[in-house]
Design a protein around this ligand. Structure first.
Ligand code: IPE
Ligand code: IPE
Ligand code: MG
Length: 228
């Protein structure tokens, strides 16, 4: 039997707060360490010939419910991350994209996202997508409304797929760290036939070695897509 090929990997990075709490630190320290892991995983993915896209869940439409101090910190961290990692994207030939509702983000962060996307748009070894103020239901609803606005009377599955912000490809493998086993409104449409892997590791402790083992496990899986 041939090995399953991983083209699009998606990751729900969870457990930053618990990682910090275990060490008696503020939750923000967990987010800081977590951001460093994104860089390691992105660099690794850029070197894998099969992997075309990696999508990270960085901030959900529900995460606004967190204390303002934590939300503000996360927004600043994202801005600093993009500023600092532009060189990593360029050195590793990585194209950066953001998905989600950007309008609710600060002008400064919106500008940073725009310039990072523009600066990396011709990079071709990997597409690195950050889901920011992202919700799967919001993405589908927006796509359907766009189609209605275009005058569509009958909507096909293909229409929705291409109207989404992530028409790149379906997700082959979804990893969620920290032992939680739920989707939390991540890529609902694109996950319809994904393989799932739930890791007990808290995101700030996640490593390239663990990812390598998870991919090895994924490649052994027999994906049937409803067939036999
Ligand atoms: C994931 O870690 C990061 C974000 C959701 C931004 P959490 O902050 O959810 O960490 P836990 O789940 O509280 O440990
Ligand atoms: C999901 O994690 C969102 C991100 C990783 C950005 P949460 O920690 O917010 O999810 P729940 O609340 O445990 O479902
Ligand atoms: Mg969490």
């Amino acid at each position: 039997m041939s090995r399953s090929k991983l083209k699009h990997l998606a990751i729900i990075m969870d457990g930053n707060g618990r990682w910090a709490k275990q060490r008696g630190l503020n939750r923000t320290k967990g987010h800081e360490k977590g951001a460093e892991i994104i860089r390691d995983i992105t660099t690794y993915c850029a070197k894998q010939p099969n992997i075309e896209t990696v999508t990270f869940y960085a901030f959900s439409t529900e995460n606004w419910k967190r204390p303002k101090l934590e939300v503000d910190f996360l927004m600043r961290l994202l801005d600093n991350y993009l500023k600092k990692e532009l060189v990593t994207y360029q050195e590793n030939n990585v194209c950066f994209k953001a998905i989600g509702n950007m309008e609710a983000l600060s002008k400064k962060l919106q500008e940073r996202i725009k310039t990072t996307q523009e600066a990396t748009k011709n990079n071709s070894d990997l597409t690195h997508i950050l889901a920011l103020n992202y919700g799967g239901r919001a993405e589908i609803t927006r796509a359907v409304n766009e189609l209605i606005a275009k005058g569509k009377k009958e909507i096909l599955e293909e229409d929705i797929s291409t109207a989404l912000q992530t028409p790149y490809s379906d997700i082959d493998l979804l990893i969620r760290t920290s032992g939680e086993e739920r989707i939390s409104n991540f890529l609902l449409w694109q996950l319809s036939y994904s393989e799932f892997y739930f890791s007990q590791t808290l995101w700030p402790d996640f490593t390239v070695e663990e990812l390598d083992n998870i991919i090895e496990d994924f490649e052994q899986r027999n994906r049937r897509f409803g067939g036999v």
